[in-house]
Design a protein around this ligand. Structure first.
Ligand code: MG
Length: 239
């Protein structure tokens, strides 16, 4: 899982460099797929429930599951890129939101809060804590910052399958659910909207958008809990 996670981190490193005004989401997808295959891994999203690409590319009011294509990034856009890789039977999964050119103060705050909420969640991933302590950490922080957390989509366990039990909601009261123990690996992924938490799915059956048209951001890491604390398997800091 460490190896799979590192490949996902490599992809994000490349996305960070490639996101710019004028680039198409289809081009970003090609760069990501090439990177995954260069390391002998497989794109986990390609063909998953017939999804047609290696990344999800979700721009501005799009929350998750956007399909890459001919759309070009414009000055001020934010784009959430989610990517998964499978190597030797194990999965890694991570997402991040990137800025194209100069973005608004609100977009910047949304990105900062969403990234920070993921870190707060990871900080809760300790032996003996309960699963929903993670959920509560995200929701309480995000709402304190006057944003909202998406309810319809959640994080998940990950390992030999991309989506395993348990589900990891980004909302809820603390002190509930399974007790965290060394050996658990979770994909924690706060999806945060600048407006209301409500979302809908477009006619393409994939793209999830905010119902009120507000901006949305998404950060995700695959995180392992070991005997000596957490290890962020998809961290770009390790590259
Ligand atoms: Mg995920």
């Amino acid at each position: 899982m460490r190896e799979a996670g590192k490949i996902v981190a490599e992809v994000h490193h490349e996305m960070e460099k490639a996101v710019e005004v004028g680039v198409t989401t289809g081009k970003l997808d090609k760069i990501a797929e090439k990177c995954i295959r260069r390391y002998g891994a497989e794109p986990a999203f390609l063909g998953y429930h017939n999804f047609p690409a290696s990344i999800c590319a979700s721009i501005n009011n799009e929350v998750v599951h956007g399909i890459p294509g001919l759309r070009k990034l414009k000055e001020g856009d934010i784009i959430s890129i989610d990517v998964g890789a499978r190597l030797k039977g194990y999965y890694g999964d991570a997402a991040a939101t990137y800025a194209a050119g100069e973005i608004s103060a609100q977009a910047q705050k949304l990105m900062d809060v969403t990234r920070a909420s993921l870190q707060r969640a990871i900080d809760e991933m300790q032996s003996g804590k309960r699963l929903s302590d993670i959920s509560y950490a995200v929701q309480s922080y995000v709402e304190e910052q006057s944003f909202s957390v998406v309810r319809n989509y959640v994080g998940h366990g990950i390992g030999e399958d991309m989506h395993e039990e348990p589900q990891v909601p980004n909302f809820g009261l603390p002190g509930r659910g399974p007790t965290l123990q060394p050996g658990i690996v979770l994909a924690i992924e706060p999806m945060v909207n600048a407006g209301s938490w409500e979302v809908e799915v477009l006619d393409d059956q994939w793209t999830v958008v905010t119902s009120d048209g507000s901006l949305s951001a998404h950060f995700e890491h695959t995180v392992a809990l070991g005997n000596n604390g957490t290890e962020i398997l998809t961290s770009t800091d390790l590259l």
